[in-house]
Each structure stands twice: as structure tokens, then as C-alpha cells.
Design a protein around this ligand. Structure first.
Ligand code: HEC
Ligand code: HEC
Ligand code: HEC
Ligand code: HEC
Ligand code: HEC
Length: 382
């Protein structure tokens, strides 16, 4: 049996790890006996972590030390940039050296840690029950990034002070249930390994905003309300309220520097004309310029006040809404459009996984995924 394996340790602690790391065991080997987990996992963002063109474009601009830092989480077991988070990343991790920046401590590369204390013996590996595998600390070691620049992600610390944590609900409860984004008692059942006994299984799809099942997750994220509060001369004062329905962490969370989450408000006039007040997109899909009322929940990434790439930027200005909280925004809408009165309003909370401006600044083609509507609301104008 191997003792300390893992290139993750080698990357993180090259100075103290001494011996060269063995090649970690490949997902393809695990797949031969664990086809259910492997089939779900192969389409997950974990398995594809180094493939994102946005990730590659940003990583390519970094110096070698910073690239090694990226690879701690995006490609922990491979020659840089070749393979993503693997089965053994989680199933042989024993501890963390501080819940951030990819500082996992790896154990015996041939002993698989899981939730069962009665796993059937197999010649393929030893098995052991571990509390760490289900802990938010495992996930948080990668899902908490402290720079450089505006490369900041804080799901773990958001969760640490969330209503979900107070209720004893962890990342795994919401992100490995059959119903992504929510705790579900309806866990799938089946053999955990070929020919094994029936067990309660955990979904290894890790549905995120780039997954084919993204809408199942995102539909639970938020609600929006719109109300006309009063008439103010030639304008209507409108309150738009956005509620983060997720008790687990902020909206947006994770790679906020890359996300665009914004409010679109449309005024409908008495003749049926539709007027985009804020949040419109031009023919290319870019945010309309000069939109002074724009409400954006993604991070503001700037250097000395000027738009910048995340690695070159100052610490970000965070606009995300904390877990379970709501925020109200006041907007002004003309009471009439060339004589036709505003009779109703329609609001949408929209989500785009890659902010337009970031892809444009990196010379990447526009996001292939169209914006997703997280929530909608309408109101009559009295
Ligand atoms: C030759 C078949 C085989 C291969 C290859 C294999 N396993 Fe297993 N594994 C099993 C069997 C059998 C069990 C026990 C299942 C049970 O008791 O329900 C098991 C159990 C597990 C468990 C549960 C451990 C526990 O105590 O909760 C995990 C996690 C696991 N394997 C991960 C892996 C990973 C990761 C790989 C690849 C590095 C892998 N396995 C390769 C057959 C295999
Ligand atoms: C991001 C971390 C992570 C990765 C990567 C990962 N798993 Fe798991 N796996 C878990 C967690 C968490 C559990 C649930 C443990 C529990 O229920 O206590 C689990 C459970 C399992 C189980 C027990 C049966 C089940 O479905 O609950 C097996 C077998 C397993 N994983 C195999 C794999 C294989 C094979 C891969 C790669 C194809 C893989 N895992 C990748 C975190 C991970
Ligand atoms: C109460 C359920 C719940 C818990 C607990 C929870 N999440 Fe989430 N998570 C969600 C929902 C719903 C979304 C979709 C909305 C969104 O993108 O913020 C989501 C989205 C995400 C995303 C994608 C964010 C993006 O837009 O790129 C990541 C990454 C994530 N969660 C990681 C975590 C981690 C890590 C933990 C534990 C520290 C955790 N989550 C705990 C429900 C939960
Ligand atoms: C070794 C580091 C690492 C660990 C440990 C880890 N993750 Fe991740 N996770 C990543 C990376 C990197 C990505 C994003 C890949 C991408 O989008 O390019 C990701 C993506 C995700 C996503 C999808 C978000 C999206 O944008 O598609 C979810 C959900 C998620 N992780 C949940 C978890 C949970 C739950 C755990 C704990 C069981 C966990 N992760 C453990 C590194 C990790
Ligand atoms: C501590 C772990 C960690 C480190 C180090 C890290 N990341 Fe990430 N990164 C993540 C996780 C986890 C996600 C997924 C979050 C989500 O989906 O919201 C992610 C997501 C991203 C995304 C968005 C992916 C997409 O396609 O939407 C980009 C781009 C990115 N990281 C770039 C980088 C670069 C460049 C570096 C190195 C300078 C780096 N990251 C270092 C953990 C890390």
C-alpha cells in the first residue's frame, strides 16, 4: 500500500513532502465497479474543471506559481490542466490544513473513505467510514478562495453563518441529494458497487450552473417582487425586492467574479409598447451601455475604479445577497411614454454564468449558454 500519495499534497507542500508522489488512481478504474457514481460524475463540473475556456484563458495569463495555485483545486491530480477533481480527491482526503485555498491533506491512496462502516471487502481497495467526507470542511477547502486580486470565493464562510448551518444542513445535503439545491429525503437507492447490497446513494452529478440539469438547481435560488410605491412628478417610484431563497449561502456564490446576475425591468404602456427600463441586452447580448439604474449582484471587479481582469484587480466589491435575506432596490420609471401612460411593469432576475465583459476582455467568444431567468414578477401601475 502507498503511504502519502497525491500530487495535491506535492503541489501544496512541495517543500515538506519529500518523496515523489505516486500516480493517483484514475476515475476510469473506479468506474469499472462504481458505474452509477462514475456516470453522474463524468458530466459534472468537477470532472471537467480544467476544461472551462474561461478558466484556461485566466490561468494562461498567470505566472507559474499562480498556475500551480489554480491547479490545487482545478486539477489536483494531474499534470497541470489535464484532469479535474477526481474520485480519489474526495475519497482519500483525511483532513484540511485550514478551510480554504485547496489545503487538503491526503491519506493512504488505496484506502477509500466513505459513509459506510460495513462496506463489503474488495481486493480493489480498503474501505473506511469517515466523518470528514460529509463535512462542509472538505468542500470548503476548495470552495473558499482568498485571492489573488478579485479571485475570491466564499461559499464556506457564507454557509458558516447561514440558517442552513444552524439547522445542521451541509453542502452534501443540498448538492448530492436527488433534488439539487435542496435537502431531499428521497435519496436514490441501489448497489454502491457492482453486485453489492442495496444502499442509499448520493448523487455525484454536482449540478451547477453549467450542468445540463442547471434549471433544477437555479429555480430554487431566488424570488423577485415589484411594486409601484408612489408617483413622483413625471416618474413612478418602483421597489424591486430580490429574495435569496437559499438558506445555504449567498446569491450569487462561488465564482462571483465570473457571474452576471441582474434585474431586468420592463414598463408596458397603454398602447402595448414595451420599454426596457434597466437590464436590457443589445443585439450581441451585451449589457446596454449607459444603463444608469442597472442592478447587478455579481462582484464589481476593478483596479483603482477601472474595470480589470480578476487577477489584476483590487479586492472585489461584493454585491451578493446573504443566505435567506432580501434586498430592496428603488428604481424610477417614466409615468408616460410619448403620452401613453405606463400601465404595468414586469421584472426578471437573470443569471449568466460568464459575465459578458469578462469574456470580452479575454477575447473569448460570447457565452454559449443563454441567460437563465431565476425569477419573474409583474405589477399593475395604478
Ligand atoms: C474491483 C471493484 C472495485 C474497484 C475497482 C473500486 N471499488 Fe470501491 N468498492 C467496491 C466494493 C465491492 C465496495 C463495497 C460496496 C458495499 O459494501 O456496498 C466498494 C466501496 C467503496 C466505497 C465506500 C467505502 C465506505 O466505507 O463507505 C467508496 C467511497 C469507494 N468504493 C470508492 C472507490 C474509488 C474512488 C475507486 C477508484 C479509486 C474504487 N472504489 C474502486 C469495489 C471496487
Ligand atoms: C467532491 C467530492 C467527491 C468526489 C469527487 C467523488 N465523491 Fe463519491 N462520495 C462523496 C460523498 C460526500 C459521498 C457520501 C458519503 C456519505 O454518504 O456519508 C460519496 C459517496 C460515494 C460512494 C458510496 C455510495 C453512494 O453513492 O453514496 C461511492 C461508491 C462513491 N462515492 C464513489 C465515487 C466515485 C467512483 C467517484 C468518481 C467517479 C467519486 N465517488 C467522486 C464525495 C465525492
Ligand atoms: C440549503 C441548500 C444548500 C446548501 C446547504 C449549500 N448550497 Fe450551494 N447552492 C444551493 C442552491 C439553491 C444553489 C443555486 C443558486 C446559486 O447559484 O447560488 C447553489 C449553488 C452553488 C454553487 C454554484 C454557484 C454559482 O452560481 O456559480 C456552488 C459552487 C455551491 N452552491 C457550493 C456550495 C458549498 C461549497 C456549500 C457548503 C459550504 C453549499 N453550496 C451549501 C443550495 C445549497
Ligand atoms: C479539490 C477541490 C474541490 C473539492 C474538494 C470540492 N470541489 Fe466542488 N468544485 C471544484 C472546482 C474547481 C469546481 C469548478 C469547476 C469549473 O466550473 O470549472 C467545482 C464545482 C462544484 C459545483 C458546480 C458549480 C458549477 O459552477 O458548476 C458544485 C455544486 C460543487 N463543486 C460542490 C461541491 C461539494 C458539495 C463538495 C464537497 C462534497 C465539493 N464541491 C468539493 C473544486 C472542488
Ligand atoms: C481554493 C480552490 C481554488 C483555487 C486555488 C482556484 N480556484 Fe477557480 N474555482 C474554484 C471553485 C470551487 C470554482 C467553482 C465555483 C463556482 O462554480 O461558483 C472555481 C471557478 C473558477 C472559474 C469559473 C469557471 C467557469 O467556467 O465558470 C474560473 C474562471 C476560475 N475558477 C479561475 C481560476 C484561476 C485562474 C485560478 C488561479 C489563479 C483559480 N481559479 C484558483 C476553486 C479554486
Amino acid at each position: 500500500m502507498r503511504t502519502i500519495t497525491s500530487s495535491l499534497v506535492a503541489l501544496s507542500f512541495a517543500a515538506c513532502s519529500g518523496a515523489p508522489a505516486d500516480a493517483p488512481r484514475a476515475d476510469a478504474e473506479c468506474a469499472t465497479c462504481h458505474p452509477t457514481q462514475a456516470a453522474a460524475f463524468v458530466v459534472s463540473a468537477h470532472a471537467r474543471a480544467p476544461e472551462s475556456d474561461l478558466f484556461r484563458a485566466l490561468r494562461d495569463r498567470a505566472d507559474p506559481d499562480t498556475r500551480a495555485f489554480c491547479d490545487r483545486c482545478h486539477a489536483p491530480h494531474a499534470a497541470p490542466g489535464e484532469r479535474g477533481v477526481g474520485c480519489v480527491t474526495c475519497h482519500t482526503a483525511i483532513a484540511t490544513r485550514g478551510v480554504s485555498n485547496g489545503r487538503l491533506v491526503m491519506g493512504d491512496g488505496d484506502e477509500m473513505l466513505g459513509g459506510f462502516d460495513d462496506a463489503r471487502a474488495t481486493p480493489a481497495h480498503a474501505s473506511r467510514r469517515s466523518g470528514f467526507i460529509r463535512s462542509a470542511a472538505l468542500c470548503g477547502t476548495c470552495h473558499e478562495v482568498a485571492g489573488p486580486g478579485a479571485l475570491v470565493e466564499t461559499p464556506f464562510s457564507e454557509w458558516s453563518r447561514s440558517p442552513a448551518r444552524a439547522a445542521g444542513v451541509t453542502c452534501v445535503d443540498c448538492h448530492m441529494s436527488t433534488s439539487p439545491g435542496t435537502t431531499s429525503t428521497a435519496h436514490a437507492r441501489g448497489p454502491a458497487a457492482l453486485d453489492g447490497p442495496e444502499r442509499q446513494l448520493s448523487d455525484h452529478a454536482f449540478v451547477g450552473p453549467e450542468h445540463p440539469r442547471a434549471s433544477e438547481l437555479l429555480q430554487r435560488a431566488a424570488s423577485i417582487a415589484v411594486a409601484v410605491t408612489r408617483r413622483d412628478g413625471d416618474a413612478l417610484a418602483i421597489d424591486v425586492t430580490v429574495t435569496n431563497r437559499n438558506p445555504g449561502h449567498a446569491l450569487p456564490s462561488g465564482a462571483r467574479f465570473a457571474r452576471e446576475v441582474w434585474v431586468e425591468l420592463v414598463a408596458v404602456d397603454a398602447l402595448g409598447g414595451r420599454h426596457i427600463v434597466t437590464g436590457g441586452l443589445d443585439a450581441r447580448g451585451a449589457p446596454v451601455e449607459g444603463d444608469t439604474q442597472r442592478i447587478d449582484l455579481g462582484d464589481r471587479v476593478t483596479r483603482s475604479g477601472v474595470a480589470a481582469l480578476p487577477l489584476d484587480a483590487d479586492a472585489p466589491a461584493v454585491r451578493a445577497i446573504p443566505a435567506g435575506e432580501r434586498r430592496a432596490y428603488r428604481l424610477r420609471v417614466p409615468a408616460a411614454w410619448e403620452g401613453a401612460a405606463t400601465v404595468s411593469l414586469a421584472a426578471r432576475l437573470r443569471y449568466r454564468r460568464n459575465a459578458w465583459a469578462l469574456r470580452e476582455a479575454l477575447g473569448l467568444a460570447p457565452d454559449v449558454a443563454p441567460p437563465v431567468d431565476l425569477a419573474r414578477a409583474e405589477a399593475a401601475a395604478p
